[in-house]
Design a protein around this ligand. Structure first.
Ligand SMILES: [Zn+2]
Length: 341
């Protein structure tokens, strides 16, 4: 099969790799219909995370081609969406709503890599969710978004307790931040403030439900959010960048007793002042999103055409042109790149 391999930072190639086969009887092999490039794939691309002939990709939709003998709920021929973290969906942690911390959790990006024609998905019954039927072609980008960015933005909004009567602020206007806007709107937020300096992203944010845009950053950004909230700060803040600056921006923009949902991928060596965390008196919940918890609901909303998260893809390329896709995202010429297979 053809698959994306990142040899060294910045060196993305599409190569032949062995077709995956069933290893454990709980596995499924899927033939991908579409995959995409994630903002987090840019960390190894830029040399911030180690990379060495790594199989890339962790977002996927496709058709089940083969299943192990222990797979019960997923059938050959099903169109499926899966999370970027493998989960059994049955252990205590999964049952409590945190499949991304499942006792069998495994990151798809680390070992499997779904920027490829085929992929082996462990714990198929727990990880994959079948759609109600074969989707129309125009639904595929949205279903693919559910695999990570939409699910992650949704978790951030839930963690921030976005809902009726709440003012939500979103730090970060990348794909996840924009999905956080969509989620906050769906969850009934009264007002949604997005911190963004890019005209194209501001337009998309408004389409997804943003009511206010703040272009200032740092202390000026916090002051602007306070101004918009009677000096109190937002009830709910979504952090979708993953740096010290963005996390402090989020915490400082939150009112006392408010909630921060943080889903920007953090890296080694970052630190936050504990005294400031102490006196901020806000709720913090973040991490790799438990996307599997939200998938059945998100798939249904997409199927019913209530939401159109696929609009976040502003560049579509064939898998063979993956290197150009990485370049476009790295240079911020594209928000998010869909790869067709
Ligand atoms: Zn589990």
């Amino acid at each position: 099969m053809r698959a994306v391999v990142m040899h060294t930072p910045g060196d993305v190639r599409v190569e032949n790799r062995d077709d995956p086969t069933i290893i454990d009887q709980t596995d499924a092999i899927i033939r991908l219909t579409a995959t995409c490039i994630c903002g987090s794939d840019l960390w190894p691309y830029r040399g911030v995370e180690p990379v060495d002939h790594t199989n890339m990709g962790h977002e996927y939709v496709g058709v089940v081609e083969q299943i192990g003998t222990d797979v019960k709920t997923i059938k050959v021929g099903d169109f499926v969406v899966g999370s970027f973290v493998i989960s059994d969906n049955s252990c205590e942690i999964c049952q409590a709503g945190y499949p991304s911390k499942c006792v069998h959790a495994e990151f798809v990006s680390m070992t499997i890599g779904t920027q490829s024609e085929l992929a082996r998905i462990p714990y198929a019954d727990g990880t994959l969710v079948a759609t109600p039927g074969q989707p129309d072609a125009d639904l595929i980008p949205s279903l693919l978004a559910a695999s990570d960015v939409l699910g992650t933005g949704w978790f951030a909004a839930v963690a921030a307790e976005a809902g009726p009567g709440k003012v939500v602020a979103v730090v970060g206007d990348g794909a996840v931040g924009l999905m956080g806007v969509l989620a906050a709107k769906q969850l009934g937020a009264e007002r949604i403030i997005v911190m963004s300096r890019h005209a194209d992203r501001q337009t998309l944010a408004r389409e997804f439900g943003a009511t206010d845009i703040v272009e200032e950053r740092g202390a000026d950004g916090v002051a602007r959010i306070k101004e918009l909230t009677d000096g109190l700060g937002a009830h709910s803040v979504i952090e979708a960048v993953g740096t010290e600056e963005s996390m402090l921006q989020a915490i400082r923009s939150t009112r006392g007793g408010g909630h921060v949902g943080f889903v920007g991928v953090a890296h080694e060596g970052l630190s936050l002042p504990l005294d400031e965390l102490f006196f901020a008196e806000v709720h913090l919940l973040g991490g790799p999103a438990p996307v599997r918890r939200f998938l059945p609901d998100l798939i249904q909303r997409i199927w019913n055409r209530e939401i159109d998260p696929g609009k976040v893809f502003d560049l579509t390329l064939p898998l063979e042109d993956a290197a150009e896709g990485y370049k476009a995202m790295d240079e911020r010429r594209a928000i998010k790149v869909l790869l067709t297979i």
